[in-house]
Design a binder for this molecule. Structure first.
Ligand SMILES: *[C@@H]1O[C@H](CO)[C@@H](O)[C@H](O)[C@H]1NC(C)=O
Length: 292
């Protein structure tokens, strides 16, 4: 008596709604995974986003098996297989900058491999961006291992070589050509700014600060301007999977290092910042900050 007639139906409605929601979530995550990674970094055509970027076969070169490594190791570098260690990031980026202000690409890429380990350690939050970063590293590695490898010793020598040979691709590249080192490095360069800002926030954060918010704020500042509306929202969604601040520090440091944790993060940020600034100057001097 007096009970509304719709009351017994409510659980059914809820279940139905939940089902539809989960189904949509499943569909969208599946769809995003397939399509997003292809156009996160721009330069790709993203038909489902309605973008009209020129067709560019960027991934084409990436699956060509790399011939036997021809790198001549002068200084021993830590093995790739090791777990993430922020000291390796710091050292690699520090070593990449010579006293004459050149950026050594081998060390730079080594630093990036460490940074992708960091992103991978954070789980799905950075998954998309980590994947794209790795493909950029692969392209750069192929330039280094290729015929003109000698020109890819430093950022400066690469820029000079590609400018002189007309390889930069200020408008677009012919589909038959691999993406230029300049435009590939530019993608890494922009992402480096983001990680620099994020690690700086993390290194200066207080106990109750939320990594999700730090991540989102720095992403909006450094990377979002280069991404489409859809990618920006997908990235923001993915950041929700960020671990807590405490968990982040656990990932970055072993137990003994906890005391010096923030200091190490900030030293690393300093190294990233120096390398970023030099790269920025080189690119800006040649009007290459907006390469497609
Ligand atoms: C990089 O350049 C910015 C802007 O010029 C400057 O504020 C910052 O201190 C520089 N960073 C480093 C590590 O030199």
């Amino acid at each position: 008596m007096g009970a509304p007639t719709w009351a017994p139906l409510r659980p059914c409605h809820l279940l139905l709604l939940l089902g539809i929601f989960l189904f949509l979530l499943y569909l969208s995550s599946w769809h995003l995974q397939l399509s997003l990674s292809a156009c996160v970094w721009g330069g790709h055509s993203c038909p489902w986003l309605g973008e009209t970027l020129p067709e560019e076969e960027e991934e084409k070169e990436e699956h060509v098996p790399v011939s036997a490594p021809t790198m001549t190791l002068k200084t021993p570098l830590p093995l790739w297989g090791e777990e993430f260690n922020i000291r390796h990031v710091q050292r690699a980026f520090k070593d990449s900058l010579t006293p004459r202000g050149e950026i050594l690409l081998r060390e730079y890429l080594h630093g990036w491999r460490q940074l992708t380990k960091f992103m991978d350690a954070l789980g799905t939050a950075f998954g998309l961006i980590s994947q794209e970063t790795q493909s950029k590293i692969t392209i750069m590695q192929q330039h280094q291992d290729g015929h003109h490898g000698l020109h890819y010793r430093t950022v400066q020598s690469m820029v000079n070589f590609e400018l002189a040979s007309g390889l930069v691709g200020f408008q677009t590249l012919p589909a038959t050509q691999p993406p230029s080192g300049c435009r590939t490095l530019l993608r890494l360069h922009r992402a480096l700014k983001w990680l620099e800002l994020f690690l700086h926030k993390l290194g200066t954060s207080q106990k109750d600060d939320k990594p999700y918010q730090m991540c989102l704020d720095t992403y909006r500042e450094a990377l979002a301007p280069y991404h489409s509306w859809w990618v920006q929202h997908a990235a923001a969604l993915a950041f929700l999977a960020m671990p807590s601040r405490q968990e982040l520090y656990r990932i970055i440091f072993t137990r003994q290092e906890k005391q010096a944790a923030q200091a190490i993060v900030l030293t690393t940020v300093e190294s990233l910042g120096r390398v970023y600034n030099v790269t920025q100057d080189v690119y800006s001097a040649h009007g290459m900050l907006e390469l497609p």
